[in-house]
Design a protein around this ligand. Structure first.
Ligand SMILES: NC(=O)c1ccc[n+]([C@@H]2O[C@H](COP(=O)([O-])OP(=O)(O)OC[C@H]3O[C@@H](n4cnc5c(N)ncnc54)[C@H](O)[C@@H]3O)[C@@H](O)[C@H]2O)c1
Length: 311
């Protein structure tokens, strides 16, 4: 492990990027550059971190990477994306996410950097459970389609070029520093906020939708593991287990000392993932990574931060 490596995090002022930056600094990696256009994240999220080189830039702009070429990055963690699965402008979604990735990929190829990027369980849509990396991809919206396109570009580059790429298909991530995401934040954050406001948590009928919720500290750890690994490829990053929205409300009631009953309403979306669950065999065998937090432990750890976040 070479702690003097120069590391670049795109989208590093966002939810997962900021948690990753914190985890890297805790592990002794201090040469961090963050690039973000603050379309969703904000400098506040990384305020406590020292010696960060923070650049405000839109990475769909390829000219930016020409300027960056004189820097020597060993590893790039690409987290930047529009993450709103209900975003109505498909063209803008695809442009933002795919062009960003194309620019980062070209930069990694030219500079010889290792590329670790965020893919998503959204690529599996309502496909068979548990979701395996090689199963058919069934994107339900433009966000998911953008991630399918990115994975295809990555696979082609792994096959055709001598470049180290690891794609991490995050499942449903929750944890500190996600409040800015509003309706794109995790159901755990959204339901906890309603309970804190002393209102009944509203969920789609009848709360049986199930998610493989993964704590953000586990996701940060998966990125660090990927940085240290010599492998290439695309890996699921989930716990391998699921929990229903009804159960999340029970856990939150236990934590907040409340007894709210769910307020069920009709799901207005016809492009909704009803169930996600990762097959984690590849990640554990090849990346040697496994999640550490159960849902109860993750929410408990998160709760200490929720108390501090603005509601
Ligand atoms: N949160 C989840 O549950 C989840 C699940 C699967 C995959 N992911 C992926 O993880 C990554 C991080 O997501 P997040 O949840 O932290 O969301 P986020 O919105 O908090 O972070 C994304 C960051 O990227 C920045 N960004 C967006 N477009 C940009 C551009 N063109 N140029 C520069 N910066 C740009 C935003 O300002 C934001 O800070 C994304 O790629 C997302 O698709 C997240």
């Amino acid at each position: 492990m070479n702690h003097s490596q120069q590391l670049l995090i795109t989208g590093g002022a966002g939810f997962i990027g900021s948690n990753l930056a914190i985890a890297l600094q805790k592990r002794g990696y201090h040469n961090l550059t963050i690039v973000d256009n603050f379309s969703s994240g904000a400098p506040d999220l990384i305020r406590g971190l020292k010696n960060i080189n923070l650049i405000r830039e839109d990475i769909t702009n390829s000219g930016f990477f020409d300027k960056l070429k004189k820097e020597r990055f060993e590893v790039i963690f690409h987290q930047a994306a529009n993450t709103d699965t209900t975003y109505s402008n498909d063209k803008a979604m695809i442009f933002n996410n795919v062009e960003s990735f194309r620019n980062v990929l070209n930069f990694a190829i030219v500079s010889g950097a290792k590329l670790i990027y965020a893919s998503s369980a959204a690529v599996y849509g309502n496909g068979p459970i548990p979701m395996k990396e090689h199963q058919k991809l069934l994107p339900l919206n433009s966000y998911a389609s953008s991630k399918c396109m990115i994975d295809k570009l990555a696979k082609d580059a792994i096959r055709e070029r001598n470049i180290s790429i690891i794609g991490l298909r995050y499942f449903n991530v929750y944890g500190p520093k996600e409040a800015h995401k509003g309706k794109s934040s995790s159901m755990i954050w959204q339901l906890s906020r309603t309970i804190k406001e002393k209102k009944s948590p509203r969920i789609f009928k009848y709360g049986l939708q199930a998610r493989d919720f993964i704590y953000v500290k586990d996701v940060a750890e998966a990125n660090i593991r990927a940085m240290e690994s010599k492998e290439r490829g695309i890996f699921n990053i989930g716990t391998g287990t699921t929990v229903t929205f009804n159960r999340i409300i029970e856990i939150l009631n236990e934590i907040f000392g409340t007894s709210f009953q769910p307020d069920y309403f009709d799901n207005p979306y016809n492009f909704y993932q009803n169930h996600t669950q990762a097959d984690t065999n590849l990640a554990s065998k090849i990346l040697k990574w496994k999640s550490r937090f159960s849902i109860e432990e993750g929410i408990k750890d998160y709760f200490n931060s929720i108390k501090k976040e603005t509601l």
